[in-house]
Write a protein that binds this ligand. Sequence first.
Ligand SMILES: Nc1ncnc2c1ncn2[C@@H]1O[C@H](COP(=O)(O)OP(=O)(O)O)[C@@H](O)[C@H]1O
Ligand SMILES: [Mg+2]
Length: 500
Amino acid sequence: MWERTERGLREPEVNDVFERVAYLGVGDFYITNYHRRFPIEAFNPGAALVGEEGTEHDARVVLSSKRPGLRQILSLPPPPRALVMAAGEEYKRGPPTPSTMKMSWPSAYGRVRLIKDEKPLGLDYVPKRLPHREEQLAQLTSIFTSALKAGMARRVLITGKIGTGKTVTAKKFGQLIEEIARRMGLELHYVHVNCRLQNGSFFHILLEAMRRLRPDFPERGYATNELLTLLLRELDDRDAYMIITLDDAEALIDKSGSRPFFALSRAHEAKVGGPFRLSLICVLREPEKLKELDDATRSTLEEYAIHMPEYSKEQLFDILMDRVRLAFVEGAIREEVVAFIAELAASEGNARYAIELLWRAGRLAEQEGRYEVLPEHVRKAKVMVWPVERMVLKALSIHEKLFLLALSRLFKFTDEAKVTMGEAKEEYKVLCEEFSQEPRKHTQVWKYVQRLAELSLITAEPSGPGRRGRTTLIGLLVPAEELEEELMGLLSKELGIEVD
Ligand SMILES: Nc1ncnc2c1ncn2[C@@H]1O[C@H](COP(=O)(O)OP(=O)(O)O)[C@@H](O)[C@H]1O
Ligand SMILES: [Mg+2]
């Protein structure tokens, strides 16, 4: 780099007065509370250029060297036109003298941590407050508080698109209502069941509810109807109440139609006068789904209806900022970057997507050894995020996971949109061997395909007449690499195998 001076071009010259440890460039510095991101000049030890006198905002300067593990926060006199670095100590007012400017670098270059706690970024985390859902929460609480007082049961329908806070609001409500009941001196159990994770099985839903009262209740020996009767009897015996939330109830409707809902309401009719102990909250994305039920069942479910509208970008920003405070170290992400995430997620009004973007962007920035999450990390994260709950993957059986892993491997190396069932099974067999598992037979594998398709992880359809003959063509609906990474992690944990 040549510099123009009055006397023409001059070769840049470096005189090492001190022992040279490192040179810092402008790009090595980052100013967190000043409108310029970088100082105009960066002077290495031995030189100092101090900002204008008189102005009193205290600039905090974070040295963001490309060297991981290096982080210094300095207080500088404002505004820092140039940065005087004395890494390893705080710069105090006044130009430092060469003797105070000993550079010392941390010897161990540890990883930079931007995320101090991942939990608040997890999808099943229930935060202390739910901004912009106060109204829905209050509605739920008032419906059930009055019901409890009257010894009545209620049926509530919650609808809203994905990521509008249906699940988290219901869970939060569960915490609140249990507390309210306790203060009223009543025994109330809030049971939140995800129907999808229970495979839409009414029996397993009831079993989960029953086990809340009797944790060691056996899985075998009772039919579904008997289980329901026993559950109601148990509640009577204990003089207790229960609210069951059927989350993602689509799965239950798909699998069992009106029957479970009918059974649950009939259970009440058998009894005169009450108290009615079992209430129901039904969570659906689309109210239209109810049309698949018979009219009588439908009207009982719609007794009370609460809708969750999509979030605006301002609302998403509020939700994200709460998580940022809980999960990130201070200064790790600027508000404008959070606003950028909110903006990206706003087209869907989807808080789940927003939080997932935040989490991934944070992870990416950490992996790159950056001291801050930048918009570029958000953009990268956007490509990676897929709106599937990792919980869904976790709940798959080992062989379902292996089969899906086989697909992710195939799709990683093909530009084809579909693979054949034959190709998938071949790869699955190879993986079974790799993981020392006995491959399952065709009929069983076929069931995996159907299940994975139901979960919207894959598509499966018969091939038309064509070069491949008649077979089933399988498509993958989530990014292959991501999926592979996730599944490898889960499988190795589950099977106790070390993978690299
Ligand atoms: N109002 C809110 N305040 C804080 N977090 C929220 C809010 N709404 C949604 N979230 C978070 O966004 C994510 C998706 O919400 P969730 O309840 O799972 O949506 P849904 O069930 O409607 O798909 C969860 O991590 C949840 O904690
Ligand atoms: Mg949900």
